[in-house]
Design a protein around this ligand. Structure first.
Ligand code: ARG
Ligand code: GLU
Length: 720
């Protein structure tokens, strides 16, 4: 979102309430849904192909080459289902396929033929098939409902109904209704899914993750964050679970890779699945992020990582079991710290406040708006006034189970145990047990995989101490009555965990979950604790539901009247649906006296390597090729080297990882994987001065594949 300067406000007032669609002051901003491509101004910005080549309903376009890969994005780059995405998007699957002897994570993996490709466990693919605006259907169903809980329940029910209907009409698709603007617009998306995904070519870790956490969210960057996967389907062309007999999927469209890459100022665009942004929220929401969410979560994750690192410092097995949790925490933590810095830096809160005040004045100045929206901004303020009072409690509840593994196991056991207790007969209870036990075991096992007693005790102790110190509406009755303080909380946590059988994985899985009776009769102090805590959580959940209903209506109205005020139609916040963003390859000046160029080179890998930090280890082969100037056709002449990473002012967020970066002709020239530190506040407000995203240059991908990994088949398959 562009900041509202006073001139803009004045202009909007002059234009009065007439709605001028497609007025877009800032062409580079925006994650455009497919329905809005015509207002993006793509041709004017430099697109050389037709907009219809990108997307044309009922016809084949570039969007048909796009896939969503378990929270990331990827794209087809051959007619045999070859997909390019990020290394970090395949990370978990590579980890699962790795053993101490075949450590693909560390050493990389190159399948020289189809037989050698390995199952990418846990990765699932979705392809957007079509979409349909269902706002009217949904909003009509709540037109006469004023009770907030009934409103939100009705919206959810209506969404489910539309999904069921769409899946019945076409059983080959999965449907999903996405809220584009809260309480205002809804779109039904139809997706094709592919279940059998395989690892084809993964660079070794010190290429794919070069720079580690030190360089994460940082420019200049030198990470080979790419990987190649392949989609497989049954012989009949339909999606099927992993099987030896499956065949490579033939996509409707695949992207052409352009080995010549890009140069500074070139027009580029990205198609992908950005996850979540918060640009159309009032000032109070920014204040909530700044005062509560960002500091609470970043401090908690920081503490958690210190405990987990400490636990694993002399034991590689422990370190490995905690590695994914630590990596995820570290990624969020650094992002949130970047946001805190950025929010202070641009004082977004003040800008938002001014914006909301101007909006309030505008509403009051228009009789036709005053009736409907006269109380809106007061109602919003009242809403946040209430929800801020127990914001800490909510954050604590949202984090308690992911923080303490054994408490999560307790919750999972209790959920089934309590449900069984509610059954009318022991026979029915047994049936319920039999039906759920395998799934329960699986989920509990997963929790144990990253469980460490010492870390768990300390984190639990800290969470208890936090809750014990909460005041007023933040207090949780179940914790309050334990009368703990900072010191006793730790002792209490340690004793509770020590007294519990839950730390004994074997006992839980093989004895407690052996049969329905054993579970019904299992008593444990941690289970009782979780039960009591759950009473608090259930009461709060009902209040959360009510608030969701209130907010839904408020935000719908807020965006609607703000569009009238600013005389434009907004681009909806990211919501994991397919979007297009465009911009240019561009450097920037993030701090006083600095200018950052938009390309990094192999030279930078060598320079960082000289620092002697383990995050900057790199393969000797790179050094050798560098010294011999063995750059092949991937050399960018003016740089005298192979470009490694590129910087651009496109509008991306989490979920855009793995998105293809395309040139004016729609050819792939790189893969998006990160943002610069100052751009983490993108999620609240995009701005051309600080919004920069980071991708891996296709020339580096091809150079490594060719000269370092001898993965020539990849080049051949992509027609290079
Ligand atoms: N920051 C990037 C994204 O949000 C990359 C994350 C993976 N890499 C890492 N070093 N943690 O997800
Ligand atoms: N690495 C992020 C992801 O996994 C993308 C970076 C960002 O948040 O912009 O989607």
């Amino acid at each position: 979102m562009k900041f509202i300067h006073h001139t803009t406000i004045a202009l909007a007032l002059l234009l009065s309430a007439t709605n001028i669609p497609y007025a877009n002051a800032n062409p580079d901003e925006g994650m455009y849904p497919l329905s809005e491509l015509n207002r993006a101004g793509l041709k004017k910005a430099g697109l050389k192909i037709s907009e219809k080549d990108i997307y044309n309903p009922g016809q084949v376009g570039l969007v048909d080459a796009l896939v969503q890969v378990s929270g990331c994005t990827g794209s087809f780059v051959s007619n045999r289902g070859l997909i390019i995405t990020n290394h970090h998007c395949a990370f978990s699957a590579v980890q699962l396929a790795s053993t101490a002897i075949n450590n693909y994570l560390k050493n990389g993996f190159v399948a020289q033929n189809q037989e050698q490709e390995i199952e990418a466990k846990g990765l699932k693919i979705r392809i957007t098939d079509s979409y349909e605006d269902v706002s009217v259907k949904i909003l009509n169903s709540v037109a006469n409902i004023s009770d907030p809980v009934e409103r939100i329940n009705t919206i959810k029910r209506k969404q489910e109904e539309l999904v069921k209907q769409a899946e019945k009409e076409d059983p080959t698709i999965k449907a999903e209704v996405s809220e584009m603007f809260i309480g205002k617009s809804y779109v039904l998306f139809r997706y094709k899914t592919i279940e059998d995904v395989r690892l084809v070519y993964i660079p070794r870790q010190n290429i794919g993750e070069f720079g580690g956490e030190t360089d994460n969210w940082v420019w200049p960057r030198h990470t080979g964050d790419y990987s190649f996967l392949r989609a497989y389907v049954g012989k009949d062309g339909k999606s099927a679970p992993y099987s030896k007999d499956n065949v490579p999927y033939q996509p409707k469209k695949h992207l052409k890779v352009n080995p010549n890459g890009v140069k500074e100022n070139d027009f580029t665009f990205i198609l992908g699945y950005p996850g979540k942004t918060f640009r159309h929220r009032p000032a109070q929401y920014i204040k909530y992020q700044q005062d509560y969410l960002l500091p609470y979560v970043s401090n908690l994750y920081d503490f958690q990582n210190k405990q987990m690192e400490e636990a694993g410092k002399d034991n590689t097995d422990i370190a490995l079991s905690l590695a994914t949790r630590i990596k995820r925490n570290a990624n969020v933590l650094k992002n949130y710290r970047g946001k805190l810095k950025g929010l202070r830096g641009i004082d977004l809160l003040s800008t938002k406040k001014q914006e909301d005040e101007a909006l309030a004045a505008f509403i009051l100045s228009k009789p036709e708006l005053k009736g409907k929206y006269g109380n809106l901004l007061n109602d919003i303020a009242a809403y946040y006034q209430v929800s801020d009072q127990d914001a800490l409690k909510e954050l604590w509840i949202n984090n308690i189970y992911n923080s303490t593994s054994l408490l999560k196991v307790a919750r999972d056991l209790n959920t089934l145990k309590v449900a069984m207790g509610k059954e009318r007969s022991s026979h029915a209870a047994k049936q319920l047990f039999d039906y759920n036990v395998e799934q329960l075991k699986k989920s509990i096992q997963e929790t144990y995989e990253s469980y460490n007693k010492q870390a768990d005790q300390r984190i639990f102790g800290r969470m208890l101490a936090d809750a014990a110190a909460f005041q007023g509406k933040n207090q949780l009755e179940s914790i309050q009555k334990l009368q703990l303080n900072g010191e006793t909380a730790n002792t209490y946590a340690t004793q509770l965990i020590n007294s519990s059988k839950l730390a004994d994985q074997n006992y839980i899985l093989n004895t407690v979950l052996a049969n329905a009776n054993a579970l019904s009769q299992f008593d444990d102090k941690l289970l009782s604790f979780q039960n009591e805590l759950d009473n608090d959580i259930v009461i709060f959940a009902a209040e959360q539901k009510r608030r969701e209903g209130v907010l839904n209506k408020l935000m719908g109205d807020y965006v609607a009247v703000k569009e009238i005020f600013q005389a434009k139609n907004f681009i909806p916040d990211a919501n994991s649906t397919l979007r297009l963003t465009y911009g240019h390859i561009k450097g920037y000046a993030p701090a006083d006296a600095t200018y950052m160029k938009p390309f990094t080179t192999i030279e930078g890998i060598i320079q960082k390597g000289n620092l002697g930090l383990s995050d900057f280890d790199y393969p000797q082969e790179i050094k050798t090729a560098y010294l011999n100037k063995n750059f092949g056709p991937y050399l960018k002449k003016d740089l005298g080297s192979v470009p490694v990473n590129i910087l651009y002012d496109m509008d991306t967020t989490g979920g855009n990882s793995g998105s293809p970066i395309m040139n004016a002709n729609g050819e792939l020239i790189g893969v998006n994987f990160d943002r610069a530190y100052d751009a983490t506040i993108n999620d609240f407000a995009w701005n051309e001065s600080y919004s920069r995203s980071i991708g891996v240059d296709i020339r580096y991908v091809l150079w490594v594949a060719d000269k370092i990994d001898n993965a020539h088949f990849i080049l051949k398959e992509m027609g290079i």
